[in-house]
Design a protein around this ligand. Structure first.
Ligand code: SF4
Length: 349
């Protein structure tokens, strides 16, 4: 079948806009997962869940959100909490700047009327266009469309848009006008959530469920049977990085690196020190027994971390702290380091 031009597909989708909105809304009412921020909505819960959901899957967020709401049930409680408590509750979710920004945001709005427009929310720490649109459309009915990777995927398929995009940021920018044009005047927050839900539970990156999709009759790619061809995003160039870390244990305590309060990503979070942080050369560190080798991906980096047993230098460099093994549960360790420490201690037991 000849392929339609994206502009034609966009035009036909917009011509059928109210049918599309109705079909999506009817499906969402029946099929939306009963997530806590939907069952019992409040501005606070929406804001906290949106921060947690940035870069993190729903199933990972659920237990964290439940704990968080018990300990810090509102903006005032969060604003008054010490940062160490906030980071401890966030431990394992990663991207800790989100926790610090959420803390600062609560301090900025806890004792004044909450802002209501996307522009005002974007002035607050950690709030970009997507989060501002989600918060204000859901909590205040603001006519702001959410555009993330899920929404781009759906819109690119609905319109069979084969334009090559450099990255997801440029694709989001290109699809923002269409997302806005499809937004209904009534309940834009529900529409945004329905689009996200469709992306998360039906319009999968691979093997989308077109046969049961509520909007298949509006979808150019779904009808042509080639949805996985859209969107056309350039493959990410991955960079390989190798990190050597050391395990230094003495008299029942483990040597950890604690980033200073001003550090951008890991302020006030403990990690196993790198060779350099422990005052050792890479070569010297690698002479120690290899205890573990771990691979992980962070954004465009593929990182291989080797953890070697080592001895402390005569004078410890700044930033290192001895933490008794019995106190490890009380400090904030970054998520992967918590798992590695547990695994290495388990292997020694
Ligand atoms: S028909 Fe298929 S490709 Fe189109 S929106 Fe639905 S699941 Fe996605």
């Amino acid at each position: 079948m000849p392929s339609a031009q994206p502009s034609q597909s966009r035009a036909s989708l917009l011509a059928a806009k109210s049918g599309f909105q109705r079909a999506l809304r009817a499906w969402y009412r029946v099929h939306a997962r009963p997530l806590p921020w939907r069952l019992n909505p409040s501005l606070y819960q929406t804001v906290v869940s949106e921060f947690m959901l940035q870069q993190t899957q729903v199933k990972t967020v659920l237990p964290y959100l439940a704990r968080w709401l018990v300990e810090l049930p509102n903006f005032a409680a969060l604003a008054a909490a010490p940062e160490s408590r906030v980071l401890k509750l966030w431990e394992g979710l990663g991207y800790y700047s989100r926790a610090r920004n959420l803390h600062k945001l609560a301090q900025a709005i806890a004792h004044r009327p909450a802002p209501r427009t996307p522009a005002e929310w974007q002035e607050l720490p950690g709030v970009g266009p997507y989060t501002a649109a989600a918060i204000t459309s859901i909590s205040f009915g603001a006519p702001a469309a959410c555009v993330d990777g899920n929404v781009v995927r759906i819109l690119a398929r609905l319109t069979a848009d084969a334009t090559p995009y450099r990255d997801s940021a440029s694709a989001s920018k290109a699809f923002a006008p269409l997302a806005t044009a499809l937004l209904p005047a009534a309940n834009p927050g529900d529409h945004n959530q329905a689009m996200m839900e469709l992306g998360a539970t039906v319009c999968f990156r691979q093997n989308p469920l077109c046969l049961t999709c509520p909007v298949v009759k509006f979808c150019a790619a779904g009808q042509r049977g080639d949805p996985e061809n859209y969107p056309q995003l350039a493959a990410k160039k991955l960079e390989q990085v190798a990190v050597t870390r050391v395990w230094i244990e003495r008299r029942g305590a483990l040597l950890l690196h604690l980033s200073a309060g001003g550090a951008r990503r890991f302020a006030n979070i403990h990690e196993l020190p790198t060779a350099a942080q422990a005052g050792l050369t890479e070569a010297a560190a690698k002479q120690g027994k290899l205890l573990a080798k771990k691979r992980r991906g962070i954004t465009r980096y593929q990182i291989t971390e080797s953890i070697h047993a080592a001895r402390p230098t005569a004078t410890l460099p700044p930033g290192l702290v001895w933490v008794p093994l019995t106190a490890l549960d009380t400090i904030t360790l970054s998520g992967p380091h918590r798992r590695w420490v547990k695994e290495i201690l388990g292997g020694k037991a």
